[in-house]
Design a protein around this ligand. Structure first.
Ligand code: AMP
Ligand code: ZN
Length: 140
């Protein structure tokens, strides 16, 4: 498959690795949004959250938790953004699931998003919650 992150997993494309286990690989982002920006991916190809297995997703999240602690110790950031985009509509560029860790420092000038806070229609919010909740009931 012509997937850039699968090629990083296989070693066909070089990367600066920071962590690896049997399910997961973490490497530095080559276009860092900030000092220490890194990516955590499953080794098995899955484009998005709705394609990845629960076991692989949990492995990615567990590695993310460990890496966040390592980033905190190594770089002493004031904060961290975890980003995980799914689908072109959500601005995902590389269609192989990945979690970004972006270390943040007060006043670093980086803006992740500036979504306007607008109060929602509570009837609409409750309606959509019911729809999601009923799907949860259908899942194992
Ligand atoms: P997105 O799909 O929008 O969540 O972002 C994809 C990320 O992958 C971007 O931050 C890119 O800089 C990064 N990226 C793309 N190619 C490589 C590569 N060969 N090595 C490391 N990072 C990469
Ligand atoms: Zn892939």
């Amino acid at each position: 498959m012509d997937c850039i992150f699968c090629k990083i997993v296989s070693g066909e494309i070089p990367s600066v690795k920071v962590y690896e286990d049997d399910r997961v690989l973490a490497f530095m982002d080559i276009n860092p949004l900030n000092h220490g920006h890194l990516l955590i991916i499953p080794k098995a190809h899955a484009a998005t959250i709705d394609e990845i297995t629960e076991a692989d997703f949990l492995a990615v999240m567990s590695a993310t938790h460990k890496l966040a602690a390592a980033v905190k110790k190594a770089l002493s950031p004031d904060g961290m953004n975890l980003l995980q985009l799914n689908g072109k509509a959500a601005n995902q560029l590389v269609p192989h699931l990945h979690v970004h860790i972006v270390p943040r420092w007060s006043g670093d000038g980086l803006t992740v998003s500036q979504w306007e806070i607008v109060a929602g229609d509570m009837e609409k919010i409750k309606g959509v919650a019911e729809k999601i909740q009923s799907e949860m009931g259908n899942s194992k």
